[in-house]
Design a protein around this ligand. Structure first.
Ligand code: UT7
Length: 332
């Protein structure tokens, strides 16, 4: 048995902020942001929480399969911006959807959340621990970015992507293999200093702006270029995949230069690489499922396509996952 993605959808907030908007209050420019990152615009959620972006995408996923919320038996929410520390955002999604038969949990692997989550969900299904898993990658990054810090605030956006996973009998389809890594030594280069048990919220932490993303961009950049390219090349090698037999690279969208380096290492031409960072920026755990959803909506995913997902993020966490697409859009 393998786990198949049988439906996919996404939600992005309607409010668009282009690069010029930042230059009205920060020393930055459209040119700098575009050239260094590939980002042109991003979307920010004005009101509501991470779960409010997940719910519309989840409803669409259920509609694609003509399923009821009560058909879901597990909800996994990959996020670094949960609605609250507890209860889990998964519990909030369960309540808002009315998915009365579902258990679930949040998973924090930052930008690698969706790759981690997909591997966990696939193994859960293969082991018989769940049948219909709703896997969500979602982040409201605008809730944790410091709009006075030009080195981070221009990079991120808000959004959600949701897939439904179901068991499938033909082992040649669905989630096939993954190489998943973590290196806690990288934690110091991309993190939120306060708010947790290490530094609980206080007047001081708020005054010092410690409840926002801190990133040593250059250090993370170097680690990401090496890490994401390495695991992506390795997963191709150990599964006998070639540039010809891979249909799509669906990479985490943090920086176009990191994506290009990964594609080069895999020998893939640009037309096989999904890129939407120009429109959404880095939506952390949401980038990969939003990419999958847009590819699917555009009719660009076909049964049997070899797809490589690749990510790198805080932790450090990184990984690459190979799946063979199991459905045709005409079936839904
Ligand atoms: O998704 C999770 C993982 N995260 C990543 O993968 C992100 C990895 N890092 C990056 O993508 C890049 O390092 C950044 C896009 C964050 C930065 O690009 P960079 O080419 O590494 O620039 P830099 O940090 O070396 O900064 C170069 C210059 C600096 O000025 P000086 O010191 O040379 O005078 C910065 O102060 O650019 C300056 N700078 C800016 N200038 C205009 C930094 N941010 C901005 C800005 N506008 N927004």
């Amino acid at each position: 048995m393998k786990a198949y993605i049988t439906a996919v959808a996404h939600y992005v907030p309607p409010d668009v902020y282009d690069n010029h908007w930042f230059s009205t209050f920060l020393d930055t420019s459209d040119e700098w942001i575009r050239e260094r990152t590939g980002i042109r615009e991003r979307r920010f959620l004005r009101e509501g929480a991470t779960s409010d972006m997940i719910v519309p995408a989840a409803r669409e996923v259920l509609a694609q399969r003509a399923m009821q919320p009560s058909d879901i038996d597990c909800i996994i929410v990959c996020t670094v911006t949960p609605d609250q520390f507890f209860p889990s955002t998964a519990a909030n999604v369960q309540r808002k959807l009315g998915a009365t038969n579902a258990w679930g949990f949040d998973l924090n692997a930052a930008c690698s959340g969706f790759v981690y989550g997909l591997w966990v969900a696939a193994k859960l299904i293969e082991a018989g621990g769940a049948r219909n898993v709703l896997l969500c990658g979602a982040d409201k990054m605008s809730s944790i970015i410091n709009f006075e810090d030009r080195t981070t605030c221009v990079l991120f956006g808000d959004g959600a992507g949701v897939v439904l996973l179901e068991p499938g009998d033909d082992e040649a389809y669905g989630v096939q293999d993954a190489i998943i890594r973590m290196d806690g030594e990288g934690g110091q280069y991309l993190y939120m200093p306060a708010g947790g048990s290490l530094r609980p919220p206080s007047y001081e932490t708020v005054a010092n702006k410690e409840h926002y993303v801190f990133q040593d961009g250059q250090t993370v950049f170097k680690a990401a270029v090496v890490g994401m390219a390495e695991v992506s090349a390795e997963i191709m090698e150990r599964n006998g995949l070639s540039a010809e037999t891979v249909a799509w690279l669906v990479p985490h969208q943090a920086n176009l230069r990191i994506i290009d380096a990964t594609a080069r290492r895999m020998g893939l031409s640009k037309d096989k690489v999904m890129v939407n960072i120009d429109r959404y920026g880095n939506t952390t755990a949401a980038t990969i499922p939003i990419c999958l959803s847009e590819l699917y909506q555009a009719g660009k995913l076909h049964r049997g396509d070899n797809i490589i997902l690749a990510s790198f993020g805080a932790g450090y966490t990184w990984g690459s996952l190979w799946l063979r697409w199991a459905i045709e859009r005409t079936q839904v």
